[in-house]
Unconditional design. Structure first.
Length: 261
């Protein structure tokens, strides 16, 4: 089975530069998301539920004004998928209080027999990114400006207006490679989710910028639907790759999503 966390992050984080570190009411916040936002997803492989994922935004230290922001992602397979490929992976991005750049990216990867501890530190004064896996010697990648990691750009993209026919370019670095992810914005559509139907904006990232399973799937497709409102919440993600079709659908959000039919 394909590595679910990797696929999910490619989908969610391959298309998102300010975030209020003190606001908590989405009705008055100037940004589409806020501290305390929590999004829960059901992941399916074809027709079969195989796992769940949670994405949330928190303050690194609530007692400190303008504290760095933590973006957390947790994914796990269910009992059915555990028999084939057990996954328990957690990822945390530490982002500057104005959400202009990633400061640190950490991954605790538990997938099948794979066990990895990854830490990426972004040093903008020196123009380098340090990548450490399982305590090994740091590997450095050069950068020329501010960047976001593969998780935080899922939120960075939400700060851009979703205009049909538009294009957004997002600079990202995972510690090993710098790339600019290009995202095309398509049409507004009524889609079906577990909680009902809702209008959403379709987006498609350029697969030429993505690595891994997409490189081996000539007919691969990748789509993300965002809520057609000021929050621009990722509602559904779908992919068709060489190993089959995956879908991640939003099943619960805090604060709740409005506009269901």
């Amino acid at each position: 089975m394909i590595r679910i966390p990797y696929l999910f992050l490619l989908i969610m984080g391959s298309w998102t530069t300010c975030l209020s570190s003190t606001g908590s009411n989405p009705e008055t916040s100037p940004y589409p998301f806020n501290l305390g936002e929590r999004l829960e997803y059901e992941i399916k492989w074809g027709f079969f539920p195989v796992g769940s994922a949670v994405m949330e935004v928190l303050a690194e230290d609530k007692a400190i004004e303008n504290s760095p922001i933590l973006v957390r992602f947790n994914v796990r397979t269910n009992s059915f998928a555990d028999t084939f490929y057990k996954v328990r992976t957690s990822i945390t991005s530490t982002v500057s209080s104005d959400f202009s750049r990633t400061l640190k990216y950490q991954k605790e990867q538990r997938e099948g027999k794979t066990r990895r501890e990854i830490e990426v530190v972004y040093n903008y004064d020196e123009g380098t990114v340090s990548y450490v896996k399982n305590g090994s010697k740091p590997k450095l990648t050069q950068i020329s400006g501010y960047v976001h990691d593969p998780l935080s750009i899922a939120y960075l993209f939400r700060l851009h207006p979703l205009i049909p026919g538009g294009k957004t370019v997002l600079p990202t670095c995972d510690g090993k490679r710098f790339q600019e992810v290009v995202v095309q914005t398509k049409e507004r559509k009524l889609i079906s989710l577990p909680r009902g139907r809702i209008f959403a904006i379709e987006t498609i990232p350029a697969l030429s910028n993505l690595r891994g399973v997409f490189n081996r799937s000539p007919q691969g497709t990748l789509k993300v639907w965002y809520s057609d409102d000021e929050r621009r919440v990722p509602l559904r993600v779908s992919s068709r790759v060489i190993v089959g079709s995956f879908t991640a659908s939003l099943i619960k959000a805090s604060p709740p999503i409005r506009g269901y039919h």
